[in-house]
Design a protein around this ligand. Structure first.
Ligand SMILES: *Cc1c(COP(=O)(O)O)cnc(C)c1O
Length: 229
């Protein structure tokens, strides 16, 4: 199947998942993950209606964002971000999903200030406590949110997670639920300047379960562009 058909199918599945749990379709945003995908194939996706793109690597994203500057796109940074790349991230991205330390948040705050913007971010939570994954621990999340909320040039919009990999979405569901419950606890604190509306969770193999657990941003690559090389 082509990119256009894949996108149509994913949209239909997102709509069905939202409907099955009584959510409105526009409460779920699709971020089309274009990491490692060449620009000509991304253009096919754009022609088929992709407007929000997700990238993992700063250098790669920089080139693509320049090349596609004439397109009305929103860019999401979803990969691991090192503080020394904050300068580029703050200039290039509309939403940074992967803030997991005060150090990184401060670096983004400084760079966002230089370009006169308030950088929208999500706090990435390592909900299963996996050694190999980035993200703040579930226990450390509230404290991180509190500290980051003090910074004037970054704005927290919600939480993101990359749960453990299983080929059965039902096994991932408990982790999505835990992120939502953590979000609800943070929302109850009513911290000044902190929005908790967004939950970035769900990928090709598990996005329907994520939507049922409250995801507002699904990040899908493989089901649209095929297996990455
Ligand atoms: C690559 C990636 C995705 C997309 O995963 P697919 O399984 O290809 O849909 C989503 N989120 C993050 C953080 C990624 O790195």
């Amino acid at each position: 199947m082509g990119i256009k058909e894949n996108l149509e199918e994913i949209r239909a599945r997102i709509a069905a998942a939202a409907q099955s749990c009584g959510r409105s379709l526009d409460s779920v945003n699709l971020v089309v993950v274009s990491k490692t995908v060449p620009v000509d194939r991304i253009r096919e996706g754009i022609a088929a209606g992709a407007v929000q793109l997700g990238e993992n690597y700063i250098q790669e994203a920089r080139e693509k964002i320049e090349t596609l500057a004439d397109q009305p796109l929103t860019w999401h940074f979803i990969g691991h971000l090192q503080s020394n790349k904050a300068k580029y991230a703050a200039r290039l991205f509309d939403l940074i999903h992967s803030v997991d330390s005060v150090k990184l948040a401060k670096a983004l705050d400084k760079e966002a200030k230089k370009v006169g913007k308030v950088q929208p971010i999500l706090i990435q939570v390592n909900i299963a406590g996996e050694q190999t994954k980035s993200g703040v621990s579930e226990e450390g999340a509230v404290d991180l949110v509190k500290q980051v909320s003090q910074l004037a040039n970054v704005a927290i919009k919600g939480l993101m997670t990359m749960p453990p990999y299983f080929n059965a979405p039902e096994k991932v569901r408990p982790f999505f639920r835990r992120l939502r419950e953590l979000r609800d606890r943070i929302a109850e604190m009513d911290l000044p300047g902190v929005s908790t509306d967004e939950l970035s969770m769900g990928m090709t193999g598990d996005f329907e379960a994520a939507i049922e657990e409250g995801s507002t941003i699904v990040r899908i690559g493989t089901a649209i562009f095929g297996e990455r090389l």
